[in-house]
Design a protein around this ligand. Sequence first.
Ligand code: 0X9
Ligand code: ZN
Length: 291
Amino acid sequence: QFEQILTLGFHLIEEFLTELAAAYPNLMTHSVVGQSYEGNNMNFVKISTGGTGKKAIFVDGGIHAREWISPAYVTWLIRELVENYAAHPQYVDNIDWYIMPVINPDGYRHTFAVNGKFKRFFTCQDRLWRKTRAPNAGSQCIGTDMNRNFGFHWDEGGSSDLPCGETYNGGAPFSAIESQIVRDAVLSVANQSVVYLTVHSYGQYWLTPWGYTPEYPADYPQLYDLAVRAVDKLTAVYGTQYTIGTSTNVLYIASGGSDDWAKGGAGIPYSYTVELRDTGKFGFELPATKC
Ligand code: 0X9
Ligand code: ZN
């Protein structure tokens, strides 16, 4: 019971997925595609009205533990597509969705704990934890930054080779079990997928590859055009402004990102990192209410 309280955030999401899939079996399937280092489930959702030959969108969230709005948003997206299917059936009739709302579950759970006790919102001991929670051989420091651990131009800049670094690249591409599981999940649907979206916070950026080099991908005009269309739709809702550009040029060089690998390694043409709200007032500790 103690353990259940501690893991409320993660397990609430998992429970929600199970219940939603049971309620909408014709639209949604929920499966577990592996276990994290600490044995948490890697949850995988498919949303589809069936049939073959459809294009697909792959979405993941929660690669960075402290970015709580990411699993929250991606779980919301699942609910919106399924429960509100009738409001916009074209989103599901024409596209298959593959969604993993919490791809770093150990890290996410860790941000909720205080000396083994669950604390609600903003008072947690390690609220700003970023990495996974697997130990590193020969070091006292824990965890790998999964967004430096993907195997496309891995370790070519903007990542740390030191286990104590916040952006530790893991020592080898796909060394983290969670990165391997995401890699295999993406590859299993890559031939069908045209969009890869990985959801982070914060800063309000809609980022394209590349993150490992300041050079632009050959198809940057197409990547940019679709990003503009997405951001225009997004801004129309609450007026929220997003900055569009390549990760390197808008932010900084950071190699080993899942977005670069999804495009360069898995061959998914439209690969984006979305940095959700805000622009720094609350940062990772975004409150639930609108401010
Ligand atoms: O540094 C990151 O991993 C991302 N920013 S965050 O503040 N959420 O940590 C940006 C990643 C952009 N993509 C690549 N650099 N490949
Ligand atoms: Zn992030």
